[in-house]
Design a protein around this ligand. Structure first.
Ligand code: NAD
Length: 373
């Protein structure tokens, strides 16, 4: 079998495999074709890929591989050239991209979306949502620190005392917990909030304070994900968060509900009451943002408060983000590559079945089927 690695479109600096991951694939007896200059932004040259055993190819050839790999899917025009027996493994957010899913159904191709990997213990090594959220949570804090006019840690110096920055983290999932850990390492005083009861212990174990709103709907049935909350709960939550937000120097927004608009947690009235010089980093910007004023891929200034909307911070750390993405990818591909490097789709394997969005004109993933169709 041949595996084709695509160069990512303009603006995306990661690449789906680094040479070390190419080597792991080649040991499974597959051929790997890498699009010329695919690793440029991740500081990996064509020669590095060649040394790992890959063949450097032009895009048209890569698109003819049995299995096509990437982070972003091929362009709309390129999709028309695909054959039904080809397999595509990338990230296309099927829950918010019904048009693309319908397109794949029509083409008859087998498509896997890596953001659809089940959040189970066995699938952890393939979970790109977790690895990329780790990068995003870390980078969000560094970005906030570099935009802030204040120190993060406390200082007692001959030039006077500096009080530590107050950081508020909204959403304590993978990105939020990494943001808490990074802000604590920099010496900030950190508070966090999440609707999931399980988050309280995790937040506290990192040395942050948990802001508690009583009466959250139980998320136990949603596979570890947050669920939509009642109006009464939302009102209580809104009031408490606004109170804490006004006293914060930095807010890191990470709250999301898969396939839905991000919950609105910071209103424009709250921003107006924040201390000038404060910074809001909104990682939920691509799904609407947690702050009412957030604009996706933009930095705005409102009343002296900087609001940065960026849902693709992993692209700003392309080397390690690609390393982690590639490792997740190889772990997943090992499930669908059988003896002598042949494709082996075992539908009895829950990870293979649930990560697969379309196959021979039908939807596989139960989650996609129940939410989209
Ligand atoms: P996510 O990116 O979907 O959401 C981020 C956080 O926002 C979540 O913690 C969610 O509870 C929170 N949130 C949603 N609505 C909110 C609101 N109105 N107010 C405040 N917070 C809100 O989530 P994620 O980080 O990808 O993962 C969520 C959880 O899933 C993890 O913390 C973990 O418990 C579980 N998980 C399990 C595995 C595994 O077992 N393999 C892997 C990854 C994650």
């Amino acid at each position: 079998m041949t595996i084709g690695l695509l160069k990512e479109p303009e603006g995306e600096h990661r690449v789906a495999l680094l040479p070390e991951s190419v080597k792991s694939l080649i040991s499974l007896e597959v051929n790997v074709w890498v699009e010329s200059q695919a690793g440029n932004h991740a500081f990996v040259s064509d020669t590095d890929f060649e040394k790992s055993g890959a063949k450097i190819s032009q895009r048209e050839e890569v698109l003819k591989a049995d299995l096509i790999l990437g982070i972003n899917p091929p362009t709309s025009t390129e999709l028309e050239t695909l054959k039904a027996e080809q397999v595509l493994v990338c990230v296309f957010q099927p829950l918010s991209n019904k048009v693309l899913v319908e397109r794949f159904l029509k083409l008859g191709i087998t498509s896997f979306s890596m953001d659809n990997v089940p959040r189970t213990t066995r699938a952890q090594a393939m979970d790109i949502l977790s690895s990329m959220a780790t990068v995003a949570g870390y980078k969000a804090v560094l970005m906030a620190a570099s935009h802030s006019p204040r120190f993060f840690p406390m200082f007692m110096t001959a030039a006077g005392s500096i009080i530590p920055s107050k950081v508020l983290v909204l959403g304590a999932g993978v990105a939020g917990l990494q943001a808490i850990a990074t802000a604590r390492r920099l010496g900030a005083v950190v508070e966090a909030f999440d609707v999931r009861a399980a988050a309280e212990e995790e937040v506290k174990s990192l040395g942050a304070k948990f802001i508690k709103v009583e009466g959250a709907k139980d998320e136990a049935t949603a596979g570890g994900y947050a669920v939509e909350q009642s109006e009464e709960y939302k009102a209580k939550q809104q009031a408490l968060i606004q109170e804490h937000a006004k006293k914060s120097n930095i807010i890191i927004c990470t709250a999301q509900i898969p396939g839905r608009k991000a919950p609105l947690l910071i209103t424009k009235e709250t921003v107006a009451e924040m201390v000038p010089g404060s910074v809001i980093i909104d990682l939920a910007s691509s799904s609407g943002g947690n702050c009412e004023l957030t604009q996706d891929n933009q930095t705005i200034n409102s009343n002296g408060v900087s609001i940065i909307g960026n849902s693709n911070l992993p692209s700003t750390m392309p080397l390690d983000a690609s390393k982690m993405y590639g490792k997740n990818m190889v772990n997943f591909l090992k499930l669908i590559i059988g003896e002598f490097g042949a494709l082996n789709l075992n539908w009895d394997d829950d990870i293979v079945f649930n990560t697969c969005v379309t196959h021979q004109g039908s939807i596989q993933s139960e989650r996609v089927k129940s939410i989209l169709f």
